[in-house]
Design a protein around this ligand. Structure first.
Ligand code: SF4
Length: 392
């Protein structure tokens, strides 16, 4: 049997009362199971490392269902690492718009430029060179290496770490260094030399479809006889994960400023902040933590804040709409107020690089964050409410 269990691997197996025969059974069972139970994913079987990188970065903190349409669209816009490297950042963000966690889009863009400028446009195959690409950690490196290059590289992510913890009946908190070293150690032993990509895919599929976070489907599990947690009746209490802290609540307000020809006032964020390079309606922070860096200090009204941000004096009308969105550890409630122009010249204020006017159709072509994009859709559907009657 080809194994990766040298250098302490056998000791690790012993620590959990496992052995090489167990490794062989798990490999065999997963490979047989995967030939009948694969998930239909657009990136399944992909051997192009660039495409693997795109799919894995999109999947960070995001569901498969959410990623599917973006994956196809992004690759039709940037089919090769060269086309992505040559693109402007604004184009890349636009293609990523709606997927969230825009840092990943910037990392992908930077990775493409690194491949083109430092590796002559050829995706590196050396483990250290792959790990050095922006946005690539141990997990994504494992995916690229095993899926694209058939290297026996392990994968530990949300699904596989749950499965591993149950196989070992690991009752310690999963995020500790000690736990992570055991999980990666066991994953390294398990991945076979001959079919690493197929094995890793089956491993992730098992976690995603059978070994579910709550109420795992042990009855249908191809490795149930070799699962220690099931043996001990602990499959519902393993893995042990500290619950996430409750999100920090934040209140923000933005002005939907309409001019006499139904154009809307928007601003573009400068570099350095969370929303670098994105357009939005003039927004101030009202209450709670300030994830977007929009604070003017306590007591600044929306009209005053919008004036400082844009150079445009406005008169506020009623609240038009409000929506919630999540960013990092924050749950934000954004209140949108209708407003009209009293005077002034557009002048970007603190944290901004541009102020401009545009029709809804023109704004559709700009890159907004998810909240701004949702507001734009709402405004399109409610044009009369937005533009009618309240105008100087
Ligand atoms: S037997 Fe149950 S707990 Fe164990 S791996 Fe299979 S589904 Fe998960």
């Amino acid at each position: 049997m080809a194994t990766n269990e040298a250098d302490g691997g056998t000791l690790l197996l012993k620590e959990f009362g496992l052995d090489l025969a167990w490794v062989a059974r798990i490999r065999q069972a997963l490979l047989v199971w995967s030939s009948e139970s694969v998930r239909d994913l657009p990136w399944r079987g992909e051997r192009d490392p660039y495409r693997v990188l795109v799919s894995e970065l999109m999947l960070v903190q995001t569901t498969v269902a959410a990623v599917k349409p973006f994956y196809a669209r992004f690759l039709s816009r940037f089919p090769t690492v060269q086309t992505l490297a040559e693109a402007e950042e604004a184009e890349v963000l636009k293609a990523w718009e709606g997927l969230g966690y825009y840092r990943r889009a910037r990392q992908l863009h930077a990775a493409a430029r690194t491949i083109v400028h430092e590796h002559d446009g050829i995706f590196p195959t050396e483990p250290q060179a792959i790990l050095a690409l922006p946005g690539v950690g141990r997990y994504i490196a494992g995916a690229i290496r095993s899926f694209a290059f058939e290297h026996p590289a392990p994968i530990v992510e949300a699904n596989t770490q749950r499965v591993l913890a149950r196989w070992m009946a690991w009752t310690e908190e999963l995020k500790t260094t000690r736990s992570q070293s055991r999980l990666w150690g066991l994953a390294e032993i398990l991945v076979p030399d001959d079919t690493p990509g197929l094995f890793n895919q089956a491993f992730m599929d098992l976690g995603a479809t059978v070994c579910l976070p709550k109420a795992p489907l042990c009855f249908f599990c191809p490795v149930s006889r070799d699962c220690k947690a099931r043996d001990l009746g602990q499959q519902d209490t393993i893995p042990v994960l500290t619950p996430r802290a409750a999100p920090l609540l934040v209140e923000e307000a933005c002005a939907i400023v309409v001019d006499s020809v139904d154009r809307l006032l928007v601003v573009k964020r400068a570099s350095g902040g969370l929303w670098e390079g994105f357009w939005e309606f003039p927004t101030i922070h009202l209450q709670g933590a300030d994830p977007g860096g929009r604070s003017f200090g306590v007591g600044v009204s929306l009209a005053e804040g919008a004036h400082r941000l844009t150079g445009i004096e406005i008169e506020l009308g009623p609240e038009l709409h409000s929506l919630k969105y999540a960013v990092t550890k924050h749950q934000v409630r954004l209140h949108a107020y209708r407003a009209v122009v009293l005077g002034g010249e557009p002048q970007p204020g603190p944290g901004l690089i541009e102020v401009g006017w545009g029709s809804l159709e023109e704004l559709e072509r700009l890159t907004f964050g998810s909240a701004g994009r949702r507001l734009l859709s709402w405004l399109s559907k409610n044009r009369l409410t937005t533009f009618g009657a309240y105008r100087h």
